[in-house]
Design a protein around this ligand. Sequence first.
Ligand code: MRU
Length: 344
Amino acid sequence: MRIKGKSYRTVWMENNTVCIIEQNRLPESFEIVRIDSTEQVANAIKTMMIRGAPAIGAMGAFGLAQAINQMKEPTFEKIEDVRNNLFRTRPTAYDLEHGLAHVMNAALLETEIHKMKQAAMESAKAYADDSAEACRKIGEFGNELIKDGDRLLTHCNAGALATVDYGTALAPMRIAHENGKKIFVYVDETRPRLQGAKLTAFELHEEGIEHAVIADNAAGYYMAQGKVDMVITGTDRVAANGDVANKIGTYEKAVVAHENGIPVYIAAPLSTIDFTCSSGKDIPIEERDQNEVLDVNGFRIASAGSPALNPAFDVTPAKYITGFITEKGVFKPTELYKVKNQHA
Ligand code: MRU
């Protein structure tokens, strides 16, 4: 992604240090944080310095590779212990499980310590490269669905910041814009953490893509007026039947879009599809701190003494989803079986 004219990835490795773009400070300040321990990796994921399913997956991969390289004598038990610590940081994003398994399996194929460390690092880097490339392809396939003049709506941030690069939902928009198509994007602000207003709007602005931030409850208003041509979001986990967990509020947008005859596309790499979950009922939903709802930017806005409930994700049933934009093409929810076992 380009920020102030310079190219960045969201997460990368320099020697044995994991580097990330700090997302809690955007858009006010752009900061790169350097991370040297498993505790810091876990903390960065938990506190959402890095967030978005594919970005968390790459962070897990780099974090585990870093830990293996810091171990004097890596053993299965020690590696599994770090893997479990990182795995517990955010429960819904399937990519995390995927990224951790990728590095763990590569390291455990080796028996010599030196080779084990090298395999861990090389597999983490390859995982991040493949993940970025998958998103680029999502952009290419998704671009084919976007017509000149389309008005798109997205929820949360499924941009480059939520992935290693390019984004999922935002990748087709980037490529459509690069190809000279005139598009307009409605950006749901996405309470409680405002990833839409803070991150998606920031990315679209940096890319020069025309957009406007809207209050979360304004989406239906524009859909009913016929001003939205397509909804595209990302996802944190897709079940085998095509049900999708994504940022809280996605379900509502999909139902209202369906009611208004607007297509709903979910952009996701295959690493987000969990074929072990037969339906959305099996997807674990993260509950976050109630202060994220009670406060805005650290200021209490709710009535003193009132508690809050804060599920981070909801499940959109497959019947509301027109198609999945993946790195292998666009598939209907009933066609997902075609891509089983096809990811890198
Ligand atoms: O809680 P977050 O900010 O990690 O949630 C992010 C989302 O819901 C994204 O839509 C999803 O991870 C897909 S990212 C390409």
